[in-house]
Design a protein around this ligand. Structure first.
Ligand SMILES: [Zn+2]
Length: 143
């Protein structure tokens, strides 16, 4: 689950023709990256945009198409400190925020896109915590 791609149709801003669009989110060298590509069959215009934080409109589409992922930790509660350290470094959380997130993870309530959760799982594995990305129950299948 280190990358996920979505496809959809939209109307070309330039000529009004139906346009094929695709977007990808991926874990690239310990960071999240995304890109979006448009190719218009009508006027041939193309666009490629990319960035690090997935825009909400793409994130919503990605969660709808691929379902949410969830983080599973298998060796708790012995190793909370390294986990809290990773959670603090991830997105600059405060310690109370990291604690709250850990509780959410332990309760199975922390959901995200596959690549988002996979990046967190990788960072946790890097400090020796057995972390795994699984598909969240109650979301769509497929991959
Ligand atoms: Zn066009």
């Amino acid at each position: 689950m280190d990358f996920a791609t979505i496809h959809w149709s939209a109307t070309c801003d330039a000529c009004g023709a139906a346009q094929h669009r695709s977007g990808t989110q991926a874990v690239v060298e310990d960071r999240l990256r995304w890109d979006e590509e448009h190719v218009c069959s009508g006027c041939g215009s193309t666009a490629l945009v990319c960035g690090d934080t997935l825009p909400d409109r793409l994130r919503t589409r990605m969660l709808a198409e691929h379902g949410a992922a969830r983080l599973v930790l298998s060796d708790l509660p012995a190793r909370r400190l390294p986990i809290l350290r990773v959670l603090r470094n991830d997105g600059g959380r405060t310690l109370p925020e990291a604690r709250a997130l850990l509780e959410l993870i332990l309760g199975g309530g922390h959901h995200g896109t596959g690549p988002e959760i996979e990046l967190l799982a990788r960072r946790l594995r890097a400090v020796g915590v057995a972390a795994e990305t699984v598909r969240a129950p109650g979301t769509l299948g497929g991959s």
